[in-house]
Design a protein. Structure first.
Length: 253
């Protein structure tokens, strides 16, 4: 099996090294990751400007490329111009912090996996919840189990997987979960004027939970109670439950 690994925390982040540690025994691993942190870059990509890349050393002597671009750029460049084959699977992460509920809209980890999914490659995003420490290697066995299972399925190109790992000290199980709440960031942009420019900076604070459905079938609650959550995802952002309502408002005019 040939697996492409990417992330949004950057090629030097411990999470991507732990992901390679978890996967390298499954086959040939290739890394394409941002040169710098690209958290919250979502599905953005570089237009007009040239993207630089450099081959670098990486654990387990896997072929790895540092790319000056977004997480989506990394996957697209690898698939289009670096690799001379289509990988069997793309796995992104392990992200520092969860990608649940509304996080997924801006997540570079999910965005990179989506880039692979849109190009017809089976793709999985992986993230570890916040906690007192980030012991990424602890979850290697679980990631291998999920990756191996998904790679064998003939439906693995119908949707991608978003996998979140609990940071509660132990894993109570694995559940398939839907979105179960909302998280917001408490900070706001700070303004500073100097050198004839206006500067704005957003402070990075951990998000605050504002809504949660207390049911193990929903991601936030399951994650907080020690369960690995798996979500099937695709690129359809249409709110299906409102389609008929809006048709009644507009289609009969």
């Amino acid at each position: 099996m040939r697996i492409l690994v990417a992330n949004d925390d950057g090629i030097d982040a411990p999470g991507i090294k732990a992901l390679v540690n978890a996967l390298y025994q499954l086959g040939d691993i290739y890394v394409a990751a941002p040169a710098e942190e690209q958290t919250a870059k979502g599905h953005s990509m570089t237009f007009a400007n040239t993207i630089r890349a450099k081959e670098v050393n990486f654990p387990h002597t896997v072929k790895a490329y540092k790319i000056w671009g977004t997480p989506k750029d990394c996957v697209d460049v690898a698939l289009d111009a670096i690799l001379d084959f289509t990988p069997d699977l793309i796995v992104t992460g392990i992200n520092r912090g969860p990608n649940v509920c509304n996080d997924c809209v801006s997540s570079g980890t999910v965005g990179a996996a989506t880039a692979g999914f849109l190009k017809g490659v089976a793709s999985i995003a992986t993230s570890l919840d916040y906690g007192p420490e980030f012991n990424y290697d602890y979850y290697g066995e679980y990631i291998r189990e999920i990756v191996t299972w998904f790679a064998r399925q003939d439906f693995n190109k119908r949707f991608m997987l978003n996998v979140n790992l609990p940071n509660t000290g132990e894993v109570n199980g694995i559940v398939v979960a839907t979105t179960g709440g909302k998280r917001t960031y408490p900070g706001s942009y700070h303004k500073e004027e100097r050198d004839g420019y206006i500067y704005f900076k957003y402070p990075f604070d951990q998000p605050v939970l504002t809504e949660m459905i207390k049911d193990l079938n929903h991601d936030l609650y399951a994650l907080q109670n020690g369960y690995i959550t798996i979500q099937p995802m695709d690129y359809d952002l249409v709110q299906q439950t409102s389609v008929e309502f809006l048709r009644e408002q507009w289609n009969k005019r």
